[in-house]
Design a protein around this ligand. Sequence first.
Ligand code: MIG
Length: 783
Amino acid sequence: MLEDTSFAIHPGKEKDAENGPYYDIGKLLDHKKIDNTYFFNCENGKVAIRFYTDIIVQVVMNPTDEPKMEGSRAVIALPENVAVEEQQNEAHLTLKTDKLEVVIKKSPFRITINDHDGRELVAETDRGMGFKKGGEVIAYKVMHDNDHFYGFGEKSGHLDKRGEKYEMWNTDVYAPHNPETDPLYESIPYFMTLREGRAHGVFFDNTFRTVFDMKSEENNYSFWAEGGQLDYYVFAGPEPKTVLEQYTHLTGRMPLPPKWALGYHQSRYSYESEAEVRELAKTFIEHGIPLDAIHLDIHYMNGYRVFTFDSERFPTPEKLIADLREMGIRIIPIVDSGVKKDPEYHIYQEGVNEDLFCKYIEGAIYFGDVWPGTSAFPDFTDDKVRKWWGDKHQFYTDLGIEGIWNDMNEPAVFNETKTMNVAVMHRNDGNPATHRELHNIYGFLMEEATYEGMKDQLEGKRPFLLTRAGYAGVQRYAAVWTGDNRSFWEHLQMSLPMVMNLGLSGVPLAGPDVGGFAHDTNAELLTRWTQVGAFTPFFRNHSALGFKYQEPWQFGEIYETMMKKYIRMRYEWMPQLYSLFYQASKTGIPVMRPLMLEFPDDEKTYNLNDQFMIGDNVIVAPILAPSITDRAVYLPEGEWVELFTDVTYEGKLTHLIHAELDHMPIFVKRGSALMQTDWTSNTNKTPKTMTMHVYASDSDESYRFTFYDDDGETFEYQEDGFLELDIELKSSADSVVINVLQQNGVFLPVYKEINVNIAGLMEGQRVIINGETSGEKHVIPLK
Ligand code: MIG
């Protein structure tokens, strides 16, 4: 606890923290090429470089051994066979692909990574790679005056991370999250640099505690880890979007989520009984508020034992789940990673008998205190354990459950360090390693285990997982919620850059607890937060024990009506959102985007925290403070129509927009379009109508987008069970031209055609669809 007193700033602390001298890698002695990898033998250690693809390069430094190239489980792409051109002289060795160039200075060993135009991406000067005898591995890189940094997964603070220093160590933080609260639950050791409109990315694949320092020095940034290798990848971009495609090529993309998971979720710590859950569901239906999922927090279990239901509180879970399903609502139970130490509990028995729990090297099981009391923790680093854990979910899937909420999987433990003893020795699929090394990937592996098990059991239906902890690549298995926020306006504000940066870190389906978890929410905050929630990728209202209930009707009818309008909008927008999730599953480009992702040349967007985009043509500018009914909105290039007022605003300007409490400013780019459906009922959410809303422009604009639909819940889309329309829209002074350039897939939706609704059509502008002048009613026929 000394850290919490003035002792924390005692004289001499700086020196103590240094951990011994820094060793530079030194000069190059010799090098060789084996298969596609270049190995460099340097004075103080070894370095390997390989082109993973022609636009991704991997650099590995190992101070003591031969560099190991295989990476962590985050990496799924295989290295490609890349043609490399070599040039050499006294001082330098240059390796080149079509798209990248690595210039290696021999003495001392320094590398500079350039794009194919010779434009510098990542460079080393006075310092390069090095290490300390304690095991730390460090990289120093040149920082330019105009570098802006994004990503780093789940971090508090602003969008642009220049001037920040972050640590990656999955941590359960119940204390209020503020701009210096770090680390949080997720570790995604990845960032993107934007420099003069061009972007590149760096992924530091190291599961030890890592630190990224974009703050302490003026001309350098650094990243380091407590142990292991310096193993990083550079993605050459050059657009921010292509950097994301490259990073998610390496670490994977989120599979298309089931549509229901994109709906509205209601949660509470906890809805404590079957009767309460039924009442809750009934109220939603009666009030006409759409709902797709109710989450069951820890009280559903028997003494917090995972894979059980408390027989008094929840006597007939199967019936409850079936009845709710009829109402169009799914149940998502929480599953923590701790297994109660109880010799009469079957999961604990199996874990001990089959040797599945985390242990010390000497053989004793590691026990930690969590909700169930003394608990053991499955060793998810072992294939056998992952399989077992996955299989156990049959308990839930047999009851009709299709979604699981994983909490406390940092893993969180109630002790001073907040986690497992770092001396625990994990099996790590036959390559034992300590918890110190694998801590950051523990939650990721729990998601992998759960996803694989559920996918198997659901026989063709898509599982949905929600996780608190994770590592790079977690998007392959789970959505992420941002943990224990509070009902503070500041936390609503903070959630925007946090979720945008998660999106820039490969996690497209993320969101905060709408309304705030701890602390009492209030009518105005909940209303504003619900408006934003309707457009954040993951939309769940959740609140904690002992604080005000915050279901949409808790503050009276006036507020309920406003919230209902936005929750319904979420469903009206579902075709648009679903098409964007489809795009995310193909490219890694997130649904909720910071403006810089679309306008990387516009400096005004570089640290725009209080606005975001949905796709490439919608800007949401919510009100994020109490009693405010006017706000400044920056609109980038183009002309933008405000959805609720139909007023057009000029781009490249900041406007003052008026928005009473029932109004969240949303702008659509003129010359583009949106796909929407009608909200009909909770029991059957299948869209019966489909409308393309065109925001006509009278200047020469052209826009192209993909509309995607499928059954929303199976994997048939992986064959040909989908509908994909490649649509082109062209506006000019005398016409609005819509062309379906391609229709793919065999999925037959209920709607047989797409209605076209044109807003802002000027007199004299004709509407031409697929080459034919359209009459009164505009429609796009489907094949
Ligand atoms: O230590 O399960 O972040 O969403 O409601 C608290 C109870 C444990 C923390 C999660 C929160 C959840 C709560 N959990």
